[in-house]
Design a protein around this ligand. Structure first.
Ligand code: FAD
Length: 473
């Protein structure tokens, strides 16, 4: 007799494992299938985010930030630290331990909530059936009242720069360099390219970023993008815009990159090259031809706003569907679908999804940019406040950047916010909460903010929307 569950979740990343736990909490018998094998060949849950994404990259960002602070910033405080050095093997070991703790944590959560974890590959068949093939090779058919597809995404490769063991790598390879490259090339000035470029740049690599677009961080508010470009350049990152890579050649452990920019064809030689040009939805071998699940023209699984696919009883969430490829968006979709299966009326507010780049300074945004609001033709007011005028930022020697809040000129309702500066992700989250409650800029202005905190810059930016900032010259 075949196994039967109320819900089978395919994929155990932040979309899938969160959906599975929520389903089980709501009383649904739930299995979660994942085929991930870690570096030691062990089956683990947690997907891209825990294994090779959000978490390991932040571990390396933290180590490299501390190294840079110790090396360059301690003298200012009168602290002498002598010669500062970095042991890359220890840095990688710490990162691996954090990943291990978190992936084991998912297994523990599955146990605690009664989710059946299945280690292997799943394929969706017609009639809400799933073919499960265990890592050992045995296969069985599982029946499900509902299937949630959460198979995520993988890095995009580009023909001029095929991955070459140890020299041309994707984001996963860039988390594993065993020594600091002398010259590091990064193709793509997106979130992942900038974060990984920052890690190795802080540790001493000479970093050149080649970006095909003419505009830096084109998806961000352009005031923030300009500030970021200025600060990253000051930090030593060599950012080349309008630079389209046309060929690479690996020889003697180095790579020569040929690219075209406004001035013509150029070449650069690097010790390592990171290809960080984006990610694509992953659906290889996932769907039987008659499964009834359709894709859109970009290869994402087609879903409605509640993540229903075109096949009844089959849902899809996370990176494999439209929308920003972010772990928190993936998880919230997972929760929404679990609750909908259980008969609730859950929704995701796609207008209020924050996005963070974990460089230093950090960059965070939510809602619309000034450029988008202008294009929509909505009347608006802007409030900005620089960290250079914030006491806590000064006390911490972290004064680069600003908070920018935009509100509707007639209703004062907040339409968007961008922060570049200390703890930008956490500061922006305050505006996320406000926006979720339909707050006006004046509402934030009337709240009490603790002093001295960097949060006061959010307060002052909100006041500034209505020309009421106190500490603005
Ligand atoms: P994934 O996490 O990709 O999980 C999909 C899972 O499905 C995988 O475990 C895979 O093994 C499994 N799977 C696929 N097909 C099958 C099958 N047929 N059978 C069984 N299992 C299958 N996002 C943030 O929000 N913040 C960050 O700071 C951040 N940093 C990042 C840094 C890097 C370097 C990278 C690469 C990504 C980062 N992201 C970040 C993006 C984030 O990792 C993704 O948005 C998130 O992992 C998407 O979750 P998901 O569950 O949809 O997919």
């Amino acid at each position: 007799m075949s196994k039967k569950f109320d819900v089978v979740v395919i994929g155990g990343g932040p979309a899938g494992y969160v959906a599975a736990i929520r389903c089980a909490q709501l009383g649904l018998s739930t299995a979660c299938v994942d085929k991930w094998l870690n570096k030691e060949g062990k089956a683990v849950f947690g997907g891209t985010c825990l294994n090779v994404g959000c978490i390991p990259s932040k571990a390396l960002l933290d180590t490299s930030h501390k190294y840079e602070e110790a090396k360059d910033k301690m003298g200012l405080h009168g602290i002498s630290v002598g010669d500062v050095s970095i042991d890359i093997a220890t840095m990688l070991k710490r990162k691996d331990q954090i990943v291990k703790n978190l992936t084991m944590g998912v297994a523990t959560l599955f146990k605690a909530n009664g989710v059946t974890g299945l280690e292997g590959t799943a394929k969706v068949l017609a009639g809400k059936k799933v073919e499960f093939t265990a890592h050992g090779g045995s296969s069985e058919i599982i029946e499900a009242e509902n299937i949630i597809i959460a198979t995520g995404s993988v890095p995009v490769n580009i023909p001029p720069a095929p991955l070459t063991e140890g020299v041309i790598v994707d984001s996963t390879g860039a988390l594993e360099f065993t020594e600091v490259p002398k010259r590091l090339g990064v193709i793509g000035a997106g979130v992942i390219g900038l974060e990984l470029g920052s890690v190795w740049g802080r540790l001493g690599a000479e970093v050149v970023v080649l970006e095909a677009q003419d505009k830096f961080l084109h998806m961000l508010d352009q005031a923030v993008a300009k500030e970021a470009q200025k600060l990253f350049t000051k930090q030593g990152m060599d950012i080349r815009l309008g630079a389209r890579v046309t060929a690479t050649e690996v020889k003697d452990g180095q790579v020569t990159v040929t690219f075209q920019d406004a001035e013509g064809e150029k070449q650069e030689v690097f010790d390592k090259l990171i290809v960080a040009v984006g990610r694509r939805p992953y659906t290889e071998g996932l769907l039987a031809a008659d499964a009834g699940v359709n894709m859109d023209e970009r290869g994402f699984i087609h879903v409605d706003e509640t993540c229903r696919t075109d096949a009844p009883g089959i849902w899809a969430v996370g990176d494999v569907v439209r929308g920003p490829m972010l772990a928190h968006k993936a998880s919230e979709e997972g929760v929404m679908v679990a609750e909908r299966i259980a008969g609730h009326k859950a929704q995701v507010n796609y207008d209020v999804i924050p996005s963070v780049i974990y460089t230093h300074p950090e960059i965070a945004s939510v809602g619309k940019t000034e450029e988008q609001i202008k294009a929509d033709g909505e009347p608006y007011n802007v409030g900005m406040f620089p960290f250079a005028a914030n006491g806590r930022a000064m006390a911490s020697n972290d004064t680069d950047g600003f908070v920018k809040i935009i509100a509707h000129a007639e209703t004062d309702r907040i339409l968007g916010a961008s922060v570049i500066g200390p703890n930008a992700g956490d500061l922006c989250q305050q505006v996320v909460v406000a926006m979720e409650f339909g707050s006006s800029a004046e509402d934030i202005g009337m709240m009490v903010f603790a002093h001295p905190t960097v949060s006061e810059a959010v307060h002052e930016a909100a006041l500034s929307v209505n020309n009421a900032a106190i500490h603005k010259a």
